[in-house]
Ligand binder design. Structure first.
Ligand code: ATP
Ligand code: FE
Length: 326
């Protein structure tokens, strides 16, 4: 089965091809430079840019895989959550292509995409825990069966990736902040600056990262070295994610855990996860941040389980909690 996956929920255009469960091509056109001068993603600019590059990116993906449009068995796109304009561009394109080729169309939940991206190389079966740590989410779910997501906890303010981005900005680093913080932290002492782990000792599985950003500003103004601030922030951010995950694993008895989303690229996080002794599943390189292959993988697996296509009348869902039917 050859599946085309399209991801346009935010500022990256992703096109992926998955054949028989294996990623063949995964192309991402980043809009980071386009939005850089505005200090954030401008939805209208993002929509227009997606519309401009999508067709060429799909053509290139098919070309690199040596396949023709006719060879596609399924066409999938992200349906939500995300920015409505950008979502509509990808959805409209995918529906049009599916319609013209007379192939099933599948609208995919963005977080289900991140989840399946993390399972690209080792497909596993529920039950498991999944922690999505990305630019917009820090959400911990218990998955008892496919499609059944029980939210155990979530961030009460900033997402983990957002915190990396904001602390990076505080330190005068570039965007996205995650890789920049990780690089600078390697030169710092993680214990030189007295950051404390947010929410430690609290019941439940919620997270909070906005206090770390405020603390980083204060430590910077007190004259601490940027590398020490980066290392200290990364230490407690990782401790919060891994500590909460470990506690949830203990309480639920689920030792199989999946960690997905852009923050899953972080090597300090990966090292801390490896030290837990849990059965940890992480996305391979290229599948951590937004991409089309993860959308194709999620679609391929739903199709294999349920043989269920979506109607061409489904619309974008900018606000769409995982596990809630629309
Ligand atoms: P969402 O999926 O919630 O809609 P998003 O798609 O914007 O949000 P992703 O693309 O999954 O988020 O991840 C981007 C985030 O991951 C950014 O905040 C970025 O700073 C962070 N990130 C990327 N690499 C690293 C890293 N090495 N360490 C920490 N964070 C990282
Ligand atoms: Fe994402």
């Amino acid at each position: 089965v050859l599946v085309l996956g399209i991801e346009t929920s935010c500022d990256d255009t992703g096109v992926g091809l998955v054949q028989d469960g294996r990623v063949r091509v995964n192309l991402v056109a980043s809009q980071t430079l386009l939005h850089a001068e505005y200090g954030g993603v401008v939805p209208e600019l993002a929509s227009r840019e997606h519309a401009q590059v999508l067709d060429r990116l799909v053509a290139r993906a098919l070309d690199e895989a040596g396949v023709r449009p006719r060879d596609l068995d399924l066409v999938a796109a992200t349906r939500g959550p995300g920015l409505v304009g950008p979502l509509l561009v990808g959805l409209g394109y995918a529906k049009g292509l599916a319609w013209s080729l007379e192939r099933p169309f599948l609208g995919v939940h963005h977080l289900e995409g991140h989840l399946h991206g993390a399972l690209a190389e080792a497909p596993v079966e529920p039950p498991f825990l999944v922690l999505i740590a990305s630019g917009g989410h820090t959400h911990l779910y218990r998955v008892e069966a496919w499609g059944r997501y029980e939210l155990l906890g979530a961030t009460r303010d900033d997402a983990a990736g957002e915190a990396f981005d904001k602390v990076a900005r505080t330190l005068g680093l570039g965007y996205p902040g995650g890789p920049e913080i990780e690089r600078l932290a390697a030169a710092g002492d993680p214990h030189a600056v007295p950051f404390s782990v947010p929410m430690r000792g609290r019941a439940g599985y919620d997270f909070s990262f906005s206090g770390l950003k405020t603390a980083a500003v204060r430590f910077r103004d007190e004259g601490h070295a940027p590398a020490d601030i980066a290392a200290g922030f990364q230490r407690v951010a990782v401790a919060s994610l891994v500590g909460t995950l470990e506690r949830a694993a203990q309480d639920t008895g689920l030792r199989r855990v999946v960690v997905a989303g852009g923050v899953a690229a972080n090597r300090a996080l990966r090292a801390a996860l490896a030290a837990t002794g849990l059965e940890v599943h992480l996305p391979p390189p290229g599948l951590t941040s937004d991409n089309g292959a993860m959308i194709a993988l999620a679609a391929a697996r739903r199709w294999a389980r349920e043989r269920r296509a979506d109607s061409l009348t489904v619309s974008a869902e900018p606000y769409w909690p995982l596990g809630e039917a629309v």
